[in-house]
Design a protein around this ligand. Structure first.
Ligand SMILES: NC(=O)c1ccc[n+]([C@@H]2O[C@H](COP(=O)([O-])OP(=O)(O)OC[C@H]3O[C@@H](n4cnc5c(N)ncnc54)[C@H](OP(=O)(O)O)[C@@H]3O)[C@@H](O)[C@H]2O)c1
Length: 310
């Protein structure tokens, strides 16, 4: 049986991928910095690893015959980035390990975007390291996760956060004119495609997956339709966004950040949105798996808000 390891498999994206892997033919190993015992399935094992000890990680990967490593580490700092680089190096050293998916799950990160988002360097470093390794890799790109507009009513493991439109309070703080195209995918659809991609003989550099394409103006229209409410709407100008002087929509309960951090995150995502980074190329993995029908944004929103929960 082919063994797939998921680093950070207890986090938001990682847990979703693990759940889909458990429905597949693969055996699963969750890599974590801490020891955990709670899994009920025989198909999944928890493996505590020390990201600073590359030889011991490589040894563990060989011992568990790990063929593919999927990284879902939350990349939020130089430290987390270094963990992923060490994970790649250990995968390269392990004779059983042939393939690696780095933690990206976002838009296509390129050097020309560094001035908008300096943290892109962490993703670029991983891609460079993988290119220099003997491992086959693919960078998985689903755009924005739809989940944020369905919280708290949809099944999701992502941390709560409101971007642009807060449906619960009927408030929209839209970056730019609201017509930028945003490719969106539900996390469980991302995981479905990702598990299918494990069977492909060859991997492209970028595996683009798109559930739907919408603009904030369309999101607003659908949100008003399903809630039956007229929203309070503001549009931030490009000048406001460039200056970081953005309107922050109301945040849901459970957001674990200070108001400065929330504003910074809002400004960052606004800059990215108006620069059209979420408008993804048309060459997509979807075409290889026509049997998968990802949820559209309309279906997703109707499911979450259609019974007018507000
Ligand atoms: N496109 C989108 O809308 C979107 C939204 C959210 C996330 N993402 C992307 O998805 C990826 C995963 O994000 P997430 O929100 O799922 O992450 P997360 O839940 O914040 O973290 C995932 C896991 O990372 C591990 N981790 C944390 N610090 C670490 C360290 N120093 N070294 C090694 N492992 C560490 C932890 O696992 P252990 O404690 O078990 O070691 C944690 O459970 C990121 O690349 C993120 O940018 C994209």
């Amino acid at each position: 049986m082919v063994v797939i390891a998921v680093a950070g498999g207890s986090g938001g994206v990682g847990k979703t991928i693990v759940e889909k892997l458990l429905e597949s033919k693969f055996d699963v190993v969750i890599l974590s910095r801490t020891a955990r015992q709670e899994n009920s399935s025989q198909k999944v094992q928890n493996l505590q690893i020390n990201y600073d000890d590359i030889p011991s990680m490589a040894h563990e990967f060989e011992r568990h015959k790990i063929h593919t490593i999927i990284s879902a580490i939350g990349l939020v700092s130089d430290e987390t980035s270094q963990s992923q680089l060490n994970l790649i190096e250990a995968g390269e050293k392990s004779v059983s390990t042939k393939r690696f998916i780095p933690s990206e799950y976002s838009f296509i990160q390129t050097p020309n975007l560094l001035s908008i988002d300096p943290s892109i360097q962490w993703w670029l470093d991983a891609a460079e390291r993988l290119k220099a390794s003997g491992l086959e890799y693919t960078r998985v790109i689903p755009g924005f996760f739809m989940d944020y507009w369905g919280m708290p009513y949809v099944q999701t493991h992502l941390q709560p956060f409101t971007f642009g439109i807060d449906i619960a309070s009927g408030t929209a703080a839209i970056p730019g004119n609201g017509d930028n195209v945003i490719c969106m995918t539900y996390t469980y659809d991302l995981a479905t495609y990702l598990v299918k991609a494990l069977d492909l003989d060859n991997w492209p550099e970028f595996s683009i997956i798109v559930g739907d394409e919408v603009t904030y103006n369309q999101v607003l229209e659908l949100a008003e339709e399903f809630t039956g409410k007229k929203f309070k709407v503001t549009y931030d100008t490009l000048e406001q966004i460039t200056a970081g002087n953005v309107t922050v929509p109301p945040q849901p309960e459970g957001v674990d950040s200070s108001s400065d951090e929330i504003k910074e995150m809002t400004a960052l995502v606004s800059r990215l949105t108006v620069n059209n980074v979420f408008q993804l190329p048309k060459d997509r993995l979807n075409a290889q798996f026509p049997e998968v029908k990802p949820v559209t944004f309309r279906e997703f929103l109707q499911n979450a808000w259609g019974r007018s929960r507000v």
